[in-house]
Design a protein around this ligand. Structure first.
Ligand code: PHE
Ligand code: ZN
Length: 867
């Protein structure tokens, strides 16, 4: 009998791209000229490609496309019609070894809701081409190993689009009699298509000059709407600081006469490093004290630096194929982390980076979407702009730097930049440069590029008082991940040190141990008292360390360790042990945590910014990650109980810290930031204690604030409570900022992250608010993305949170598949939960996979999450 079902729903057979299938391009395109007649409804794009056959083959020219039909195709100036369309692209048979190909297409930027290719944002036109957006603009071999010199000619209505920008240098411009104008740009550096960019709009620039180390002047411009000009000072200063930093720290000089940044409101990611014309999500440019938090200011500097640093690590040297993405992203994140560490407290920066890695990357590495930093296959490359590629990738570079030491690492980067400048390189090229410059063998270390999963290290010290001998036993194991069941031992650089439990003296100075065996013993002689182990200092390896250290030892380290990260870590571990026990048993002894926090608050030698990080409890999600089964309600109760106890027991200290942190007026400096951070952390504990005056205190802070950090901190405290001040603050905040999209995002996000019982109802109502739209990625992430990481609300036992998010993602997928697919992972955590929740989550994933017309982005994420 005929299986009607099977015919109605043919099994989806996803197209899988494999790293091992890489072949060099059949045709190179040394030059391209692009001619745009720009218009939001209908833009004409004429492209002239000089194509050269790369080897002795007889294959036709295959240009990627996105389903456009060419209006004309010419070969060497002559119209031809022996071309055909295949998989959305254009195939042209060619006889010779070099030809000039001309194509013309028409595209509709204003209908482009995916925000890939040429699109409209806030009345302006802009492009986003990484990874495969250029094919949505014109037919081209849209792969990163085809490098071309670009000439761009743009024509547009002068009143609507008075500013016309593209990569490289401006060459000429002029007016046309019909009210339009034109501009020509030329980028002398050969680049892959993903680095192409243009912008047409009504924009103004904050300008400055940077003089490079060889004395060349570079004209800098940060382009925004006229109303936002005053909010560009911080980004411009960060750009100048990063340019100088890259010269000083890596010897890298900027290479064009112009460097422009444009801020746009609708953007799928943070920002994009297009050559000479970075395009940014406006949230990573616009800042002033009234609208941006300290966190925003720091993130702006970090992203400006990141995109600028790509000019060398990404643009001058690009990636051979997208499997090598971490070559540019991991290295560039490592570079921007170093930059940020140099702008303020390196200790606090390291804590923040590790917290981010644990919140985003560790769960990814432990879940169904785990992949190595150099993946072996993908269906949709947009899904691989992940915490693994970026943040674990940065940790891998950091380990190389740790193993080599600063001088040899710098020699390695110098050699890499020298050898591969102007080319499309691989991760292997990078590692080989490091080896060649340092003489260090990184053979086994390369496993970091191919093995997924977070290694787990166990460490325990046995001490024999009689002989004065201490034996440290270390072992490692990497859990299986999808497609990789057996793992080999990795090279783990572990910085460690021994302290005396009684005297707090150093018993064994800090040393770097390279653990490269399944297990290993290290013997220390002359250890006269019981040693306390400080391990993975500075988070020298991105691993989970399990030790048998007692609460007393952890408390000791939280007070005495001289490595700030290790000190933070000891406190975290103490808190985690307490919280996990409490979540499992319904109760735990809070005294050790309370005493350790008290000791930290009393230590006047500590930087307030550091104190604020150390006294914070781990998040619900991170507590859940330590448990065999996540019980979101029990975790929430355990954490709230500990917060209440810490708040009550240390009430006097929190109030003293709160009062001491008051400042006369806003200043953006590391010291002032630290005080603001500690102030809001203290406020949170005062509120958690249940003190009668807490809401009043928070509302007072909210009203008196002369900066967004204090205002948002107070609002975040109020939205989790039940006070009348909560409603008042939300209304005041909304009315004050209703015309500022970036600040309204904070209003939506604060409510999505609330600890209230009715958060889902509130969020569902907000999804129907007149200011809510799925079309803007920042807004969608502020509400839906934030809600789905609110562990307790999202994981409500009846599955209503899952259903709500799945409904939103299905709707969002029709507009913007990339942004929708990025929000699938919380639903893929079903294995970590009880059977009832797991079934509900799977049900939503199955509903998503069965949705007619689903994008391949969503299909890949949702189907892999079910597997
Ligand atoms: N390459 C960008 C960065 O990390 C990220 C990005 C990827 C932006 C894809 C847009 C699209 O700097
Ligand atoms: Zn990047």
């Amino acid at each position: 009998m005929l299986d009607v079902q099977a015919i109605a729903h043919p099994p989806l057979s996803p197209h899988v791209i494999r790293r091992e299938d890489y072949t060099p391009p059949d045709w190179q395109v040394p030059e391209i000229a692009l001619d745009f007649a720009l218009d939001a409804a209908a833009t004409s794009v004429r492209a002239t490609l000089n194509v050269v056959r790369s080897s002795a083959h007889d294959r036709p020219l295959v240009l990627d496309g996105a389903g456009q039909t060419p209006l004309s195709v010419k070969v060497d100036g002559v119209a031809v019609n022996d071309w055909w369309l295949k998989d959305g692209g254009l195939v042209i048979p060619l006889r010779g070894s070099a030809h000039v190909i001309e194509t013309e297409v028409e595209i509709a930027p204003e209908r482009n809701t995916q925000l890939m290719g040429l699109y409209a944002s806030g009345g302006n036109l802009c492009t986003q081409c990484e990874a495969e957006g250029f094919r949505r603009i014109t037919f081209f071999p849209d792969r990163p190993d085809v490098l071309s010199v670009y000439k761009v000619h743009m024509v547009a209505d002068k009143a609507r689009y008075p500013v016309l920008l593209a990569n490289g240098d401006p060459i000429a411009q002029g007016d046309l009699p019909d009210g339009r104008h034109w501009a020509d740009w030329h980028d002398p550096f050969p680049k892959p298509s993903y680095l192409f960019a243009l912008v047409a709009g009504d924009l103004v620039a904050n300008r400055a000059t940077f003089t490079t180390m060889s004395g060349r002047d570079v004209a800098l411009g940060i382009w925004v709407r006229a109303a936002d000009l005053a909010k560009t000072e911080h980004a411009l200063a960060a750009l100048q600081t990063s340019m100088a930093w890259d010269e000083r720290v890596y010897g890298r000089e900027y290479d064009l006469d112009v460097f422009n940044i444009v801020a746009v409101d609708d953007f799928n990611f943070g920002a994009m490093e297009n050559k000479g014309l970075n395009i940014f999500n406006s949230r990573y440019i616009l800042a002033d004290a009234d609208t941006a938090t300290d966190y925003d200011f720091d993130a702006i500097a970090a992203v400006v630096a990141h995109e600028y640093f790509h000019n060398w690590s990404g643009n001058r040297i690009t990636c051979r194929d997208w499997f090598q993405l971490s070559l540019k992203e991991g290295f560039t994140v490592f570079r921007d982390q170093g930059f940020s560490a140099d702008q303020g407290s390196a200790a606090v920066k390291r804590i923040e980076d590790v917290r981010g890695l644990r919140a985003a990357q560790f769960p990814e590495d432990a879940g169904p979407l785990a992949h190595p930093i150099r993946p072996d296959e993908y269906q949709e490359i947009s899904n691989f702009y992940t915490a693994t590629i970026y943040n674990k990738g940065a940790e891998v570079i950091r380990m190389i730097a740790t193993i080599l030491g600063p001088q040899r690492f710098r020699a390695g980067t110098d050699l890499y930049f020298e050898r591969f400048d102007g080319t499309a390189a691989t991760c292997e090229d990078f590692v080989a440069s490091m080896e060649a410059a340092s003489g260090v063998d990184l053979s086994q270390f390369r496993l970091w590029y191919s093995q997924a999963g977070t290694p787990r290290v166990t460490a325990s010290v046995a001490h024999d008082a009689g002989s004065g001998r201490a034996t440290l036993t270390l072992s490692q194991r990497t859990p299986p991940t999808p497609g990789q069941l057996d793992k080999q031992p990795m090279v783990l650089p572990l910085k460690l040190k021994l302290f005396g439990a009684e005297t707090a003296q150093t018993l064994a100075a800090e040393q770097l141990v390279l653990l490269d065996q399944p297990s290993e013993q290290i013997v220390f002689e002359g250890i006269s008292e019981r040693p306390v182990l400080s391990i993975n200092r500075g988070f020298s390896a991105p691993v989970v360390v399990e030790t048998d250290r007692s609460a007393a030892d952890l408390a000791f380290l939280s007070a005495h360790d001289d490595d700030p990260f290790a000190r933070y870590e000891a406190m975290q571990q103490l808190m985690l042990d307490t919280l996990v026990e409490s979540a499992a048993n319904g109760t735990a002894d809070h005294r050790a945590v309370i005493a350790a926090i008290a000791g930290t608050l009393d230590d006047a030698a500590l930087d307030p910014a550091f104190v604020a990080e150390v006294v914070l409890l781990p998040s619900d999600a991170f507590i859940g990650d330590q448990m065999a089964r996540v019980d979101p309600e029990a975790i929430f109760r355990a954490r709230e109980a500990l917060r209440r106890d810490v708040g009550r027991s240390l009430d006097t200290r929190w109030r003293a810290a709160y009062d001491a942190a008051q400042a006369d007026s806003f200043e953006y400096s590391p010291a002032a930031k630290g005080l603001r951070r500690l102030k809001t952390v203290a406020l949170g504990y005062i509120a958690a204690s249940g003190a009668a005056d807490a809401a009043g205190l928070a509302f007072g802070q909210f009203e008196a604030a002369d900066n967004m950090t204090d205002r948002q901190g107070a609002l975040a405290t109020l939205v989790s409570g039940d006070s009348p001040e909560r409603i008042a603050a939300l209304d005041i905040f909304y009315n004050r900022y209703s015309d500022n999209a970036l600040v309204l995002d904070k209003w939506f996000q604060a409510q999505a992250l609330s600890a209230r019982d009715d958060t889902l109802e509130i969020v569902a109502e907000l999804s129907r608010h007149r200011d809510f739209t799925l079309a803007n990625p920042n807004r969608a992430r502020a509400l839906i993305g934030a809600f789905s990481v609110n562990q307790r609300a999202f994981n409500a036992a009846d599955g209503a949170g899952y259903r709500f998010v799945a409904d939103q993602l299905i709707a969002l997928d029709r507009l913007n598949p990339q942004t929708a697919a990025k929000m699938i992972p919380p639903l893929g955590r079903w294995r970590r939960f009880d059977a009832a929740r797991a079934a509900l989550m799977r049900g939503e994933l199955e509903r998503i996979v069965a949705t007619p017309g689903l994008s391949k982005d969503m299909f890949e994420q949702a189907s892999k999450s079910l597997a």
